[in-house]
Design a protein around this ligand. Structure first.
Ligand code: BGC
Length: 788
């Protein structure tokens, strides 16, 4: 009896022990009810690995969640999963997701309790909902690599500029570019990129052109699409910006772009349309400027009608930083998230929802777009896990992209490549080529390892960021050239005194002059001319040495009054962290250049649609008393003004073709150390075939370009790029190339019908090595009745 009693007590106590063990295990997420969809529940993992725990949390978030988290079922669609989360969300939780909570945050370990402790240090941070297993969104600027590494001693690869990446005309390299960014964001614990600029180069003096993909919407759209795919395939959310028409920095917070709808759809918006279609990017960042009277971030036409309805964009629209101007108007026009703070979409939006000004259904849609993108890209199921960035791989990838992006613009008498065995002396001149290569400034600035190779003068205050500061990556062209020609005397002159530089050039067999054009977010270049008397420097060196080679490090096109007096010109853009070896490899022929210009180089400002940038001479008004610094704040504001894009459809080469102006170097142009011949064009409908032959003595790659002239009834500029193919050919080799042209690329946008139309009539195809060199032509007749 007593034994049986004992044993009953012991069974009971064992049961209690087992039950409490179960509950402990359940709390720590080890033993759980069978997972929906057969997978282990990932709530604790999804939250825990992606952020630092809140101070108040004493146990993993999963324990706080309700017993059923049906959204964990990975077999459900991202949309269904998002809806299942939304069903469980409170109003406050919804509001929390639709605005940022400030960016940056202090470096870990700091004693600043008021600051957000979980921010990963990027430009944007949206706290997640631990109770529901929704991780924080940590965004980093990453147009050309992950930014703001210095504050936390992180390395990020400084890639060549985005316009350089576009100069490769290589979709695989655009994808690689995105892969490097996605990989390094992931390794640093971010789950979203806010890079991906695709503003068209309407204004070649725009300070941000280095972040963008050139002047042609089809080239730009295809390249940004692959770049974003590269990012998102690392399970990092991508974002394409700045939507839309933020094509100049002058007055970006106040300027009103005036442009007709057809031109918008066929130029700037087309680049977004293609890029989003090809990548399914999670985010679109609306821009600072106004478009036809409405701020871009509360512009119903741009956001709701075109982006969401017509393009079918499923992700979310976030404002550029400080680019939100209202609560109800912006929310109802299609803005889904205010960044980086909560001035309009915090308490203001909560009140608007409570009062019914903004229906709950609209707030749910905003949240849905965010959550469904997180599920679709994988940041909830497979959150980033921090590790040390693969520095070596990054530098290797950066060098490869740089080598494929350097455009050979001139090469008289086959001055290049240099023969390392024959060259006896080289003068290397200018642009701090002894220590580094230039990079682009502003929010895209990637902090160089070891700091700026050309540190600012002592006493310069350590700014919060690098707007307006000129940063060089520690990649020394001088050293790279010396390594290539070890037997030669290679000397450096800073180029600050043209006479001294000319003297060194005179006493050297070859002179290589490096010239630069620093550009940055926040300001445009006033002219296409190189700054700091560099034109005079080149002229002086060229007068002293007929074998003068110019290497440009520029954000975009520049004028070259000396071009007829120099032997060779290379455009290296901002060539990134491995820029120096890339430049040296091209100079000495270890790499045969194959890049082509994604932007037209004009002879002078006078040849541009707007010889002067709109608003460039306006004076800033003093800031209102007590205004905070920031966009439109304490720095003072320009008065409101219009930016009339009167060139309309005629962007870049389309302007030069229509106006019959001779560019300095045309769109699509670039030389090689070998030569190519084109023959045998046939066009059947939208399929174009032709043969490219390498007629020189060495292997090389040719970007073969296909342009189309539309029927006269279309009223279009003479030709537009509609396809291309980059062909690698051994010496003497020929290849037949077939390009299938998308009907969209041959269409025009009919505003009255609000759709693209492929007009019937005669289409011309032009094929060749640049927009101005198309030896092959063919025409096809398109019957009536085809439309998209
Ligand atoms: C820029 C954006 C950037 C944001 C966050 C803004 O000033 O226009 O491109 O993503 O700052 O740094």
């Amino acid at each position: 009896m007593s034994n049986r009693g004992l044993s009953r007590r012991s069974i009971f106590s064992k049961l209690v022990t087992l039950l409490s063990l179960c509950s402990i295990l359940n709390v720590v997420g080890v033993l759980v009810t069978p997972a929906i969809g057969g997978t282990a529940p990932s709530g604790a993992r999804a939250v825990g690995t992606n952020r630092m725990p809140q101070q108040s949390e004493s146990r993993p978030a999963q324990a706080e969640g309700p017993p059923q988290q049906a959204w964990k079922d990975k077999s459900l669609s991202p949309d269904k999963r998002a809806d299942l989360v939304i069903e469980q969300m409170t109003l406050d939780e919804k509001i929390q997701l639709v605005h940022g909570s400030g960016g940056f945050g202090p470096p870990p370990g700091g004693n600043q309790p008021q600051q957000p402790t979980r921010s990963n240090g990027g430009a944007g941070w949206i706290p997640g909902i631990p109770r529901l297993g929704i991780p924080d969104i940590n965004m980093a600027d990453s147009a050309v690599g992950v930014t703001r590494g210095a504050a936390r001693s992180r390395y990020s690869t400084g890639l060549p500029s985005a316009v350089a990446e576009t100069a490769t005309w290589d979709l695989n390299l655009a994808y690689l570019f995105g892969t490097v960014i996605g990989r390094e964001l992931r390794d640093q614990g971010y789950n979203m990129s806010i890079g991906g600029g695709v503003n068209i180069t309407r204004e070649p003096r725009n300070g941000r052109n280095f972040e963008y993909q050139g002047e042609d919407p089809i080239l730009a759209g295809k390249m940004i699409g692959q770049l974003m795919k590269g990012v998102q395939d690392q399970q990092i959310m991508g974002d394409i910006k700045h939507y839309a028409l933020n094509d100049q920095e002058t007055g970006r917070n106040i300027g009103n772009v005036v442009l007709d709808k057809r031109s918008m759809r066929e130029t700037d918006l087309l680049a977004f349309e293609i890029g989003l279609r090809d990548s399914q990017a999670a985010g679109v960042m609306c821009s600072y400027n106004k478009v036809n009277g409405d701020w871009a971030c509360e512009n119903d036409y741009l956001l709701s009608q075109v982006l969401k309805k017509t393009f079918g964009f499923k992700g979310w629209v976030m404002s550029d930083w400080g680019g939100t101007h209202s609560t109800t108007k912006a929310a109802m026009a299609g803005l889904d998230q205010e960044m980086p703070g909560s001035g309009f979409f915090g308490d203001g939006l909560k009140k608007a929802v409570e009062s019914g000004d903004v229906p709950m259904a609209r707030l749910d849609e905003m949240v849905h777009r965010i959550l469904r993108s997180m599920f679709a890209v994988g940041v909830i199921d497979n959150p980033p896990v921090q590790k040390v960035v693969d520095v070596f791989k990054g530098m290797e990838d950066a060098q490869h992209i740089a080598e494929e992006s350097i455009v050979l613009l001139k090469n008289s008498n086959n001055q290049l490549p240099l023969n390392p065995a024959a060259v006896r002396s080289i003068a290397v001149i200018g642009s701090h080529a002894d220590v580094g290569v230039l990079s682009g400034g502003g929010s895209a600035q990637v902090d160089p390892p070891g700091g700026n190779a050309v540190p600012p003068p002592p006493g310069t205050p350590p700014g919060r960021n690098v707007f307006g500061r000129v940063v060089y990556y520690p990649s020394s062209p001088l050293k790279a050239i010396r390594a290539k020609a070890p037997a030669a005397r290679v000397e450096f002159d800073a180029g600050t005194d043209a006479a001294l530089a000319a003297n060194l050039a005179k006493n050297s067999e070859i002179a290589i002059v490096f010239v630069n054009q620093p550009t940055s977010e926040g300001r445009d270049s006033r002219t296409l001319s190189l700054p700091d008397n560099q034109d005079a420097l080149v002229s002086a060196v060229a007068a002293a040495n007929p074998r003068t080679i110019v290497v440009l490090e520029t954000g975009g096109p520049v004028s070259m009054p000396w071009v007829n007096n120099v032997a060779a010109v290379l455009e290296s853009w901002y060539p990134g962290i491995s820029g120096a070896p890339a430049i040296a490899n091209v100079l000495f022929g270890s790499v045969n250049p194959s890049a082509k210009l994604p932007v037209t180089f004009a002879r002078s400002d006078q040849d541009l649609p707007h010889p002067e940038i709109a608003g460039i001479n306006l004076q800033a008004q003093p800031p209102p008393a007590g205004a905070a610094a920031g966009p439109g704040g304490g720095r003072g504001r320009l008065p409101a003004f219009d930016i009339p894009y009167t060139e309309a459809l005629k962007v870049g080469y389309k302007w030069f073709d229509s106006e019959k102006k001779e560019p300095l170097f045309p769109f699509g142009f670039g030389l090689s150390y070998t030569t190519f011949a084109y023959s045998g064009l046939t066009a059947r409908g939208d399929v174009v075939s032709f043969t490219v032959k390498n007629t020189g003595k060495r292997a090389g790659a040719e970007v073969a370009e296909v342009y189309a002239g539309l029927p006269a009834s279309a009223n279009e500029p003479p030709r537009r790029l509609v396809g291309w193919s980059k062909v690698q050919l051994a010496a003497g080799e020929s290849r037949t190339v077939t390009v299938k042209v998308e009907p969209l690329f041959l269409s025009i946008f009919d505003v009255d019908k609000d759709r693209w139309e492929l007009l019937p009539g005669e289409y011309q195809f032009f094929v060749g090595g640049s927009s101005r060199s198309t030896p092959l032509t063919a025409s096809v007749q398109f019957p009536a009745g085809e439309e998209r």
